[in-house]
Design a protein around this ligand. Structure first.
Ligand SMILES: Nc1ncnc2c1ncn2[C@@H]1O[C@H](COP(=O)(O)OP(=O)(O)OP(=O)(O)O)[C@@H](O)[C@H]1O
Length: 600
């Protein structure tokens, strides 16, 4: 005998199917009769399928948080009511300039109020927003403008020279984008000529009641962000409204952001749209404290004067805050929540920062994931552990965030998950709504990253711990292979960072004719220790804390390590330096020497 669930009461559009008799442990099932988009049946309908987009958060913020501060910068203070209207003005003015759905509009701005407004106003015109890193050189800016086919560029006065040079480098025949300078009354920039269309003059022409251009589909492109170029030429990562909506809501939940936080913009908004927090702050009615220049003094001063409760930054900024000299460092006015990501935060840096009073939360993501779909979600039971153990656990990248589909570590040979043993390395893969649509005009790269097996391949190498938390060991290009043994540069760097005199450290492969590659450490030391720490001190420190084969054979001191415009140490530059040094040892056992390096 067969039993049917929901007899006579089954939902429309479903039919019953009989499986094995219940008496034999079988179950009846309901399966959908029609595809989800069939009209008149269960599934998507006009009421439940309006496109997901984070742009609608602004309208709600203007209602809920109307008179609350939205954006502050020096003595400029906007409310959510005003920010909403300024963004609508911007969107309508762009449309009247001829910008249409799908056009790319670029932005070359630091974290000033206009930059915040761009994150809403540009896509509200139907355009695709392209934030450009202000620290790029003219050649790269020209490449990005050309590749994205940008129609219009908003530019900070400090980048006018840069944009001028970039426009001259565009290939012949490329239509020159319209350049609109953005005023900053708080800086001493020369005023724009009276006949130049500037940002504020453009807003004056805009309509604050404009009905913004809604996406036709939630899959419509909304932003194009170029990767930092840490490992290769920048690629144009395209995200849609749906993906940015999901990661925005997810990132608020994962960080437990309360209503009305005071959020300091230390993370550049041009870096992966500030990990989605520009849109997130509209959800919670936060106060966006803008900061043109980020250094220890400006950050500590802003925290104290504005009562900052939240900020995001790369580990390099955490390190800067932790190592700030007395006098620059100021007492925190209250609990300051910091979200860090972008490169591995060494446990020693986490520990130092938390000792000052910051509460650090650690996430992991890529430009390709629009934010941080992996996070070292904290467990209450870890609170009672010693500080060093807490920092060690927190340095792990963690688990998927609530809205991320799945994260795994894949053995590249077998295509299976690596064992949860904390030591078998594999590639970190993930799937979820925040994964990019693809790379603009680069099918080969898109196919290499998003494969037919349904995973996005990150290019990062990691391990899975027995408790289900993953930890990055390296980028695949950074793994050092020493006589067949994989060495994680991140692990060696973590030990180097625990040396009290080390300011920054990066480890790369140096060729070695006997062992293939050996670890080569590039180190900068804190000011007080300059000239007093030797390579022998560094290697002795490592020898006590790691297996012999992982100990750097070469230690090179630099005053400062080269970084990308997003604050990541440029390992490929260091790798090239290590290559130029030649083999650490020749096959005949001879050791190479160099003037600036010290070899053990
Ligand atoms: N919490 C983290 N711990 C370790 N590494 C991280 C973390 N968060 C991000 N990363 C690193 O940053 C990478 C993503 O960086 P991003 O997308 O900004 O551009 P990029 O990778 O630096 O540039 P390119 O792809 O051109 O080399 C990740 O693949 C990972 O290697």
């Amino acid at each position: 005998m067969f039993t049917i669930v929901n007899r006579g009461n089954k939902p429309l559009g479903f039919r019953e199917v009989k499986t094995t008799p219940l008496s034999q442990g079988g179950k009846a099932k309901l399966i959908r009769l029609r595809p989800p988009h069939g009209s008149g049946n269960l599934g998507a309908n006009p009421a439940n399928s309006c496109p997901l987009t984070p742009l609608g958060f602004l309208e709600r913020a203007a209602t809920v948080f109307s008179d609350c501060p939205s954006v502050v910068y020096h003595d400029t203070v906007f409310t959510w009511f005003q920010t909403h209207r300024r963004c609508l003005r911007l969107a309508s003015a762009l449309v009247s300039l001829g910008i249409t759905r799908g056009d790319v509009v670029s932005v070359l701005l630091p974290n000033v109020p206009a930059m915040y407004e761009m994150q809403f106003g540009v896509p509200m015109s139907g355009a695709v927003l392209n934030n450009i890193n202000t620290r790029l050189d003219a050649r790269t800016v020209a490449v990005l403008l050309h590749h994205s086919g940008s129609k219009l560029v908003f530019v900070d006065p400090s980048s006018l020279q840069l944009i001028g040079d970039a426009l001259r480098l565009l290939p012949p025949g490329h239509p020159i984008p319209h350049v609109i300078p953005v005023e900053d009354p708080h800086e001493e920039f020369p005023a724009a000529p009276a006949d130049t269309l500037t940002y504020e003059r453009l807003l004056d022409k805009g309509d604050p009641e404009f009905v913004w251009v809604q996406p036709e589909s939630e899959w419509d492109p909304m932003v194009i962000n170029y990767t930092s170029g840490t490992t290769s030429e920048p690629k144009g990562v395209v995200h849609c409204h749906r993906g940015t909506f999901l990661i925005t809501v997810d990132s608020l939940i994962e960080w437990s952001v309360p209503p009305r936080p005071t959020y300091l913009w230390t993370l550049p908004m041009f870096h992966a749209n500030g990990w989605s927090y520009p849109w997130g702050m509209a959800v919670v009615g936060g106060t966006n404290v803008c900061l043109r220049r980020v250094n220890a003094a400006t950050v500590y001063a802003a925290i104290a004067s504005r009562g900052v409760t939240h900020l995001c930054c790369a580990p390099v900024v955490l390190n800067m805050l932790a190592n700030a000299p007395e006098g620059v460092r100021r007492p925190l006015p209250g609990k300051v929540h910091v979200r860090t990501a972008g490169s591995p935060p060494p446990a020693a840096v986490l520990q130092r920062t938390e000792a000052i009073g910051f509460e650090v939360s650690h996430g992991y993501g890529l430009t390709e994931t629009a934010g941080l779909p992996v996070s070292c979600t904290w467990k209450g039971e870890w609170d009672s552990l010693p500080a060093s153990e807490r920092a060690r656990l927190k340095a792990r990248q963690g688990v998927r965030t609530p809205a991320t589909g799945k994260v795994d570590i894949m053995d590249s040979e077998t295509g299976c998950s690596v064992p949860r043993d904390g030591s078998t390395m594999g590639e970190i893969v993930l799937r979820g709504g925040c994964v990019m649509l693809g790379y603009l005009d680069d099918n080969a790269a898109t196919k290499a990253a998003i494969r037919e097996d349904g995973w996005f391949y990150t290019g990062d190498v990691g391990v899975m711990h027995p408790d289900g938390y993953l930890e990055i060991r390296d980028r695949s290009k950074d793994v050092i292979i020493n006589a067949g043994e994989n060495i994680s540069s991140v692990e060696v760097e973590s030990v180097l960072y625990s040396h009290p005199a080390v300011n920054e450290a990066a480890v790369v492969a140096r060729p070695d004719e006997l062992r293939g590659e050996t670890p080569c450490a590039f180190v900068s030391v804190k000011d007080y220790a300059a000239g007093t720490v030797t390579a022998a001190d560094i290697t002795a420190w490592c020898r006590e804390r790691m297996p012999q084969y992982m100990v750097p054979r070469t230690v090179v001191f630099h005053t400062e390590l080269p970084k990308t415009s997003t604050g990541k140490i440029q390992k490929y530059v260091l790798r090239n330096l290590a290559m130029e040094m030649g083999p650490a040892r020749k096959a005949d056992g001879a050791t190479a020497n160099g003037s600036r390096r010290q070899q053990q």
